[in-house]
Structure formats: C-alpha cells, structure tokens
Ligand binder design. Structure first.
Ligand code: DQA
Length: 164
C-alpha cells in the first residue's frame, strides 16, 4: 500500500497563536514582584517565541491597557490565528465584553495568570473570560504562559486529529 493510500488526519502544519497581555502587564518585573515575580514582559514573549519555534508553531505577542484594543485584536484574529493565549489582567474579573468576543470569534483560547487567582481576594476567583476558554493555567508565575501555550497546541492537535 502506498503512503498516500493511508487515511491521514488533517493536521495544523504550523499553528499560529496570538498572545494577548491585558492591562498593567507591561509593568511586569517592577509591579508587585512578590505576587507577579521579576520576569519582564519582553522576557516572557521571548520564552514564548522560543517554545513556539521548538514546537513548530508561530506566536505573535501584543499588550494593551485598553479593553477596546484587546476586543479589536480578538475580532481581527478570525482567519488569521488558530488559537489565542490571553492574560486579561484585571479585565478577567470584570469584562463580559472580552468573554463575548472570545465566544463570538470561536477561536480556541487558553486563559493564563501568573498568580494563583483562586488563592487571592474573592473577586479574583470569578473569571468571565475563563468561562469561554478551553482551559486555564494559573499560579505558576511566568511559566503559566509557556504551560498555557503547550496546552493550547496540544488542544489544537487533538482538535484536528479526532482519533488521537
Ligand atoms: C493577573 C491576575 C489578575 O487578578 C490581576 O488583575 C492581574 C494579573 C495574573 O496574571 O496573575 O493584572 O491576571
């Protein structure tokens, strides 16, 4: 039998992932280091780019302090990106609009948080965004992002190969 005779599951050849950082995450490294650590945002973005290359994916990282800008980027991701990794910052706990945008574009999205939001103030235990995501990673510091990217790529692989 020729290789072409075997049934091959459809695979995403190079997953394109949009990484979104919400309000105040540009201050990482100096912002409340006891909670968020000393790793800077450029260092997190570099680690994500390196991991993406290792795993055969592509990431584009963006940060905004403005809810509307994040909404526009999510809308524009349709047909351009296969998945989203998002740390919505405080918008996690307040923004029905961000949750609606993620549900609206129907792009598989993973929510990440540096801190363990479940172990902090009660308001941080509620996530509008998380309810519309395929999963969440919280509490591993900067590693939450790389774990989130790994989880998303694993999810995308499984979604494109139903037999796996
Ligand atoms: C955060 C947790 C949020 O509650 C907070 O408002 C942030 C950062 C985190 O990564 O731990 O800005 O999303």
């Amino acid at each position: 039998m020729l290789p072409s005779d075997t049934v091959q599951p459809t695979e995403i050849l190079m997953a394109r992932v949009l990484v979104l950082h919400g309000p105040n995450l540009n201050l990482l490294g100096v912002r409340e280091p006891a909670i968020y650590g000393r790793t800077t945002l450029p260092e997190i973005d570099d680690a994500l780019a390196a991991l993406a290359t290792e795993l055969g994916a592509h990431v584009e990282c963006r940060q905004s302090n403005h809810e509307g800008v994040l909404l526009d980027w999510i809308h524009e991701a349709r047909g351009v990106f296969d998945g989203i990794v998002i740390n919505p910052g405080a918008l996690t706990h307040t923004s029905l609009a961000l949750a609606d945008a993620i549900a609206g574009v129907a792009i598989p999205t993973v929510e990440v948080h540096l801190s363990n939001v479940h172990a902090r103030e009660p308001i941080r235990r509620r996530s509008f965004v998380g309810a519309k995501c395929v999963g969440s990673v919280s509490g591993f510091g900067a590693a939450s992002y790389t774990l989130g990217l790994r989880a998303l790529l694993d999810y995308l692989t499984r979604a494109s190969s139903p037999l796996v």
